[in-house]
Write a protein that binds this ligand. Sequence first.
Ligand code: NAD
Ligand code: DAU
Length: 350
Amino acid sequence: MKILITGGAGFIGSHVVRLFATKYPHYKIVNLDKLTYAGNLKNLTDVENLPNYKFIKGDICDADFIQNLFVHEQFNAVIHLAAESHVDRSISNPLEFVMTNVIGTVNLLNSSRYQFQVAETVFQKFYHVSTDEVYGSLGATGLFTETTAYDPHSPYSASKASSDHLVRAYHDTYQLPIVISNCSNNYGPFHFPEKLIPLAIHNIKNNKPIPVYGKGENIRDWLFVEDHARAIDLLFHQATSGSTYNIGGHNEWQNIEVINLLCDIMDQKLGRAVGHSRQLINFVKDRAGHDMRYAIDATKLQKELGWTPSVQFAEGLELTVDWYLNNEIWLNDVTSGGYQHYYEEQYVKR
Ligand code: NAD
Ligand code: DAU
């Protein structure tokens, strides 16, 4: 089995690459990533020399490059995570999100279709990693299920919704074997410090203001990233073609509650006075079109495949804080931009 994993140098992708490359030594894992600002090969130093792992730098928006890669590598399956993923960036640059998340996905679908219909090797699955944001925003009650109507509000979520529709269309039109999962907010090691939790950890550590949008009342449903990777592993192997699954932790928190928790954990870890870091909280202008509440109903995944989250939030947050405090070099490298030279140093000059 040769699997193409796209976006494997990103946050979730690096956890998926690590899980598949170490758990399945008989699979060949090819990680294709453009190495945008969000791609960091230092997320994968522990697996980069495994004999069943290979990294290729490339852009999913380049249709010819993708088709040549498929012809050359003869993939049996794709796990597609490459995307522009940050909502705030999508508000200032929507087109980049359409290019990568929509056009890039169609390029991969076209080459997968070729692989499925024309090539001689067996093409087993196109696994599309998507988000709960496609469902829009909830009021005070209710949960997103797999049948909730799509209602995206940001350019990011609209581009992801569009890619989901296209993946389903390739199944219905060309019988391409596909699976889609829609997951809630992830957190954990290797999270780029532009997103709420790693940004807050970074700022608390450096005694800098923690920007909280609006009143901090928006609710997200947090899942430890390794639990997401485990769910992808299960679904990749067991979900039937054409199916969709929600993935989430039943773990809803207001943003301000998350920040308060992080401040208290950090005060304790850094030996600061109780309440010190909460003084860094800075309420700022709200995000445009800010979705109020996300909450996932993952009953289908639990009932059909027995998946449940294994890491509770208090434990996962502490683990995450410890990881960032113990991996200062990784964090400094990301904030200084040094990580962007690693490909040149380790791959091109070798
Ligand atoms: P990320 O931004 O950390 O990583 C994205 C990766 O894709 C990076 O390595 C980047 O270099 C790569 N990439 C971007 N454009 C590319 C292109 N044109 N060609 C090749 N590679 C490209 O994202 P993430 O948070 O790890 O999210 C991964 C996937 O999971 C995304 O599809 C996202 O929509 C989805 N998702 C994320 C979350 C979350 O909480 N982070 C939750 C649910 C779903
Ligand atoms: O729900 C899944 C989605 O979760 C993924 O599809 C996205 O790729 C991922 O980025 C994430 O989107 P969010 O917009 O929910 O994540 P973010 O970390 O940007 O923001 C979390 C919440 O915190 C949100 O309500 C906005 C708020 N926020 C965010 C930042 C960066 C702040 O209050 N201050 C901040 O500085």
